[in-house]
Design a protein around this ligand. Structure first.
Ligand code: AMP
Ligand code: MG
Length: 340
């Protein structure tokens, strides 16, 4: 398949034409990747079963992993579900459009392969202007998982999408780098108290400020429990070389690096600026000065190591406060070892 690539940055004069062309393909039952404020999504008409199967095929995604449906307005969200608790209205007001997905009882309007046979549906209103414009133009709910090959780090640029999916999808809207850099927070809103199924762009602390108590799915913390969000049981975000998380001061990280280098291994390290400045390794990736920059740089860093010949990647363990919770959730899924 010939994959189209439209440039839709603000400086581009024919941005509207690009978005309209992408929307036409979506309406015709094709798959199109587009930027959101979290990561790039691979979209298809959520009401069209054949179009949705093309997403699973292009990504090599397991069929039992449901897709998040993207809409432009709260009204469109309401058209996909049977009921909405009051607290969701508050969260819609406070955080949308933005990086949060609401899991609600489905009314069956979405194709059955969107929800993987569950009686709930995950819906989100993305905050990225190109995503919103595309959804308005397409005028259908658009199911869109991350636009990467299943198992690979999520794409935070159109180049990442291109390297995974060129030839497998109808088109890519190139809107430059994404913002948050990690996927949305997935919130189960089918109970009296909301439950975080996947930590993400909106933190637990932010949610609690608006609705009081928020729970965390026990399956997230405990390996033995089955996570309620089907996608969380898969190993994810993996670079090609093994990744180890290392907790503690930079001296300890340096010790692990030295031991591995002595064995003849080429060692890559990713860490925040302060730690990067304090250590020596074969290849260093600076994730920036704070947790926001770490989140935004994380997937690009994992992909960067794939392009360099390293035997092992070491990453410093971060504090699980605020967006740090989502960062550590992704790192633990990518890592094969955690040195404490
Ligand atoms: P992705 O779009 O690739 O970032 O993955 C979407 C995430 O949302 C996966 O972890 C899914 O399992 C989760 N998800 C989507 N719909 C539902 C649902 N109805 N119930 C629980 N989790 C869901
Ligand atoms: Mg994904």
């Amino acid at each position: 398949m010939d994959t189209k690539r439209w440039y839709a940055n603000d400086f581009q004069q024919d941005k509207q034409v690009a978005i309209q062309s992408a929307a036409e393909l979506l309406k015709a039952g094709e798959t199109v990747a587009f930027p959101t404020e979290t990561v790039y999504g691979l979209g298809a008409d959520a009401t069209n079963k054949a179009a949705i199967s093309k997403i699973f095929q292009a990504k090599g995604r397991p069929q039992d992993n449901p897709l998040i449906v993207h809409v432009a307005t709260p009204q469109q969200l309401k058209e996909l579900v049977t009921s909405i608790p009051n607290y969701v209205d508050k969260l819609l007001e406070a955080f949308t459009p933005g990086p949060i997905t609401f899991v609600l009882p489905s009314n069956g309007r979405c194709a059955e392969n969107v929800t993987a046979g569950l009686d709930s549906v995950g819906v989100r209103l993305p905050g990225h202007p190109i995503a919103l414009k595309l959804l308005q133009e397409a005028a259908v709910p658009v199911a869109a998982p991350s636009a990467n090959l299943s198992g690979k780090p999520s794409p935070t640029s159109a180049d990442h999408v291109w390297s995974d999916l060129n030839g497998r999808i109808a088109g890519v809207l190139d809107g430059g780098a994404t913002g948050v850099g990690l996927e949305s927070t997935v919130l189960d809103c089918t109970q009296a108290i909301p439950i975080i199924l996947r930590p993400g762009g909106i933190t637990k602390e932010q949610l609690e400020e608006v609705v009081g108590t928020v729970m965390i799915d026990p399956g997230l913390a405990n390996e033995k429990e089955r996570p309620k969000s089907p996608g969380m049981k898969y190993r994810h975000y993996s670079p090609d070389a093994p990744l180890w998380l290392v907790e503690g001061p930079s001296e300890k990280l340096q010790q692990v690096i030295d031991e591995e280098m002595k064995k003849g291994h080429r060692v890559g390290v990713m860490a925040a600026s302060k730690t990067v400045a304090a250590i020596e390794a074969d290849l260093k990736k600076d994730l920036g000065a704070n947790m926001e920059t770490v989140a935004a740089a994380l997937y690009d860093a994992l992909r960067m190591f794939n392009e360099h010949d390293v035997d092992l990647i070491l990453c410093e363990a971060f504090s699980e406060q605020g967006i740090g919770q989502a960062v550590m959730n992704r790192l633990k899924k990518a890592a094969s070892d955690y040195i404490k």
